[in-house]
Design a protein around this ligand. Structure first.
Ligand code: DPP
Ligand code: ZN
Length: 853
């Protein structure tokens, strides 16, 4: 496979003034007629006329109405074209029914839909399928009136009608905003709409609709509210108004991603939009709200301003994730949202950045761009923007963003453009800051302390482990937010942002009559790993007193982590300071229930494996599992007296609502329930299961029952109750694997793949099963490697059908070099078997090659 480099970027040789597409829909033989009005691009030096195209049957090609015979080559076609404006026309045939890769135009449950980002448009027609080629699209769709009563595309609907002599109809859509092909979308099917409207800041009425299959219309109101809140928020906070007469969202069952921000026609994985109390958990509701916001926010950060090339993906994704995080923090609790973001960063981005798949936020080469829709591009990309905002301040950030929208509206921009906006509006030199985009790896920050009776000094140093491509990492600009506390826990210095921009730097605070206690990296002000002084007693003090809610939670987390690492390596009992600190925090009813619920958590087993590996110990997954269970048991015992009250006091009465307060209470009560079940054998959980009227309560009860080995009957009842609902059944599949004992995980998974409803072609179902297998740390790594073989078998089966989802799932192997020689040999054997598979996709082959290193 070919490697593509950022440094090789050149503009396309032609400008497309207009695109006219006609689709004659047919499940196995759709015709696509494309008319492009082109002219030579004065800014380009290469006049080569190459159009991407894959899996297309060329019917005809014309230039200015004259038939021509283009040269069909690997990945597309070439033709000799006039050195003057001309009209290019092709007709191709494609087979949506046969498209199991779910890229381009495909069918999902009888409905036509598209996914074009990153490079799916080339499977629809011949086109310069690159984000810097932007044009105005007019789309005519012709389809059967019975099977496709709804015909949707981007922009505004300008015409509809019946086709003569047949039972077919057409619709014409026009999108006035120039866009790259990856934002094209088409949907056709038997859909019903949940409709609403909104009046935008300038007084324009926009029609809103969420389109779903008949039967799902009662699952749209939450998504619609989230959409309206997002639209209002973007007006209030960023001054961004929506720019078309209508905004449509469609729910699709078979979808590789979460959702897609196509201009005016967002297409969603049904799991990320359909919501009801009975079928969705609180976590689902929160995720749906965040994803609706994310895709909507792309209208300005992604669509109006897009990316010059795919190396700039973080330009739109990092910024849009940052914006959706801001939105969630505003809509719900800011500290809880921040902790959730950091949990996700540590669970997904840190392992990526510390293993063979590590890459900069802006990568410099790739074989398959789909493999770079990563936690690093998204989550670390968002962290980088958060740091930038911390460094320049809120007002300067707002000013820079205004300039960004003013200067680059309609552009396909770069990270250089983005940073220049900040340089120009603040006068700040960002050349060193730019290393956050170009250097991979997680910086390690170490802080030493000094006190001389008056002056307290923090000596900070940073280092980032070398990587093959970057053997010598340079110091980055790290904003370290710090506050100082006195012995009683009073804040004597409110949060200050210190800029660690050298390998080593010291910061002094004078006039300290007693030695203060620092609270360092408040609100997780930078995506780094922190080593500091003070040990467990410091952690216990901060858990009791820190005025920064993030660091208070973090202190508890670090205490738990230290306790677990000690148990794993020395067999010691759980740390009593952690347990008593937890009692204090959980008893403090002035603290938000959602926040207290997070306090119940403990480091994941995978996180512990990473920590042990960092300290040069090969992690033993069973020992990690046992220590984690022991700590949970100790918590159950220590908290025994409190649990019934915590559970009872946080019951939510009245009609179900997924608002922050109710969600927080349920989270706290269910965290208590999980431990309580260890005391009462599941009696309370069984009662909750029986009485629950919503999925959050039902699923939490089921999980608690399975955890104590008392859930088999409930599992069967759950299946009987929900077998008609794909999204709920995904939970049923996952939960059994997640709750299985390590030694049973592979067998449970294998058994579930034999279930009549296991459909590997549905990405949600495949992920529900194989994702759970790979995320059960002790089960996946259980002695003998049965789970490694099982996952590999299924990746080999899925790859020819759906390379993108297969490749994504390969990241389960990214941490393979952490483990002992025996496990490494087993893992290597599977990776080598996988990479040796004949006709392996470019997606999967790139992933495995990188993982093998
Ligand atoms: N749909 C993906 C996202 O919104 C890719 N753009 O992040
Ligand atoms: Zn996005």
């Amino acid at each position: 496979p070919q490697t593509i480099y950022l440094k090789d970027y050149t503009p396309f040789g032609y400008i497309i003034d207009a695109v006219d597409l006609t689709f004659r829909l047919d499940p196995t033989a759709t015709r696509v007629i494309s008319r492009l009005s082109l002219r030579p691009n004065p800014e380009a030096s290469d006049p080569c006329f190459f159009l991407h195209g894959e899996d297309l049957k060329l019917i005809s090609a014309k230039i200015d109405g004259q038939d021509i015979a283009p040269r069909l080559i690997e990945g597309g076609l070439e033709a000799d074209v006039p050195n003057a404006p001309f009209v290019w026309e092709t007709e191709v045939e494609i087979n949506p029914q046969a498209n199991t890769a779910l890229e381009g135009l495909y069918m999902s449950n009888g409905m036509y839909c598209t996914q074009c980002e990153a490079q799916g448009f080339r499977k629809i027609t011949y086109y310069p399928d690159r984000p810097d080629v932007m044009s105005v699209f007019t789309v005519r769709i012709e389809g059967n009136t019975d099977t496709t009563p709804q015909l949707l595309s981007n922009g505004n609907k300008v015409e509809t009608g019946a086709l003569s002599n047949s039972d077919a109809q057409f619709a014409v859509w026009h999108d006035p905003w120039p866009k790259p092909a990856y934002l094209f979308a088409l949907v056709a099917g038997d859909l019903v709409a949940h409709q609403d409207s909104i009046v935008t800041m300038s007084g324009k009425t926009v029609q809103l609709a969420i389109w779903v299959r008949p039967g799902d219309e009662n699952k749209c109101s939450f998504g619609m509210d989230a959409l309206k809140k997002s639209m209002r928020w973007d007006e209030d906070v960023y001054g961004r108004e929506y720019d078309l007469d209508e905004f449509n969202i469609v729910a699709v069952d078979d979808f590789n991603m979460g959702a897609m921000e196509n201009k005016g026609l967002n297409i969603f994985n049904s799991s990320c939009v359909l919501a009801s109390a009975e079928t969705s958990t609180d976590a689902n509701f929160e995720r749906i709200e965040a994803i609706i916001a994310h895709e909507y926010f792309h209208n300005w950060t992604g669509n109006r301003i897009t990316c010059r090339d795919w190396f700039q993906l973080c330009l739109k994704e990092g910024l849009t994730v940052f914006r959706d995080h801001q939105f969630t923090a505003d809509e719900r609790s800011a500290p809880v949202a921040r902790i959730d973001n950091v949990l996700a960063l540590r669970a997904r981005q840190f392992p990526e950045d510390q293993g063979p798949l590590s890459h900069p936020v802006r990568p410099e080469s790739f074989q398959e761009i789909n493999n770079f829709y990563t936690a690093t591009v998204y989550e670390k990309g968002a962290e980088v923007i958060g740091m930038l905002k911390t460094l320049v301040g809120d007002a300067a950030y707002a000013k820079a963003l205004d300039l960004y929208f003013d200067r680059h509206d309609g552009d396909a921009a770069t990270i250089e453009d983005w940073l220049k906006v900040f340089q120009d509006s603040t006068g700040r030199d960002l050349s060193q800051f730019k290393r956050w985009y170009s250097q991979s790896g997680t910086p390690q920050v170490t802080v030493r302390e000094d006190y001389d009776g008056d002056t307290f000094t923090l000596h900070m140093s940073q280092s980032t482990a070398p990587s093959t491509e970057q053997p010598n990492k340079l110091p980055q600009v790290i904003p370290v937010a710090v506050g100082l506390l006195d012995d009683a826990g009073n804040e004597i210095l409110p949060t200050q942002v210190l800029e660690l921009d050298q390998d080593e730097k010291s910061f002094s605070f004078s006039g300290m009559s007693a030695r203060p206690t620092p609270s360092i990296l408040r609100n997780f002000s930078a995506p780094v790993m922190l080593t500091q002084e003070g040990g467990n007693s410091r952690r216990a003090f901060l858990l009791a007193h820190d005025t920064d809610p993030f660091n208070r939670w973090e202190a508890g987390r670090m205490l738990a982590r230290a306790s677990l690492v000690d148990s794993i390596t020395t067999g010691s009992a759980p740390n009593p300071d952690y347990l008593s600190g937890l009692v204090a925090v959980l008893s403090d009813t002035t603290l938000d229930p959602a926040y207290r619920a997070l306090m119940f958590g403990q480091p994941t087993q995978s996180e512990l494996a990473g920590i042990l590996h960092e300290s040069s110990t090969a992690p033993d997954p069973q020992a990690i599992h046992d220590a984690s269970e022991t700590l949970r048991a100790a918590k159950a015992e220590t908290l025994a007296d409190m649990l019934p009250d915590l559970y009872a006091q946080n019951q939510v009465t009245g009609p179900f609502s997924p608002d922050a307060e109710a969600v927080g209470k349920r989270a706290l009560a269910n965290a208590a329930l999980a431990l309580l079940s260890r005391q009462d054998g599941g009696a309370t959980a069984a009662l909750q299961y029986q009485n629950s009227d919503n999925m959050t309560q039902q699923l939490a009860a089921l999980a608690a029952l399975l955890d104590v080995g008392a859930g088999d009957d409930h599992l069967a009842a759950f299946e009987a109750q929900w077998s008609h609902d794909r999204l709920v059944m995904d939970k049923w599949f996952s939960l059994q694997i997640m709750q299985a004992k390590p030694e049973d995980v592979a067998d449970t998974t294998r058994r579930l793949t034999l279930h009549a409803d296991f459909d590997m072609k549905n990405p949600n179902r495949f992920r529900a099963v194989m994702g759970a297998l790979s995320m059960h740390h002790a089960g996946f790594h259980h002695d003998g490697g049965a789970a490694y073989t099982l996952l590999t078998d299924w990746l080999i089966k899925l790859d020819p059908l759906n390379p993108q989802t297969t490749a994504r799932m390969c990241s389960a192997f990214q941490t393979w070099t952490r483990y002992d020689a025996g496990r490494q040999a087993l893992l290597r054997a599977q990776l080598e078997r996988l990479v040796a598979t004949p006709n392996l996709s470019r997606d999967t082959s790139e992933m495995i090659t990188r993982i093998l290193g």
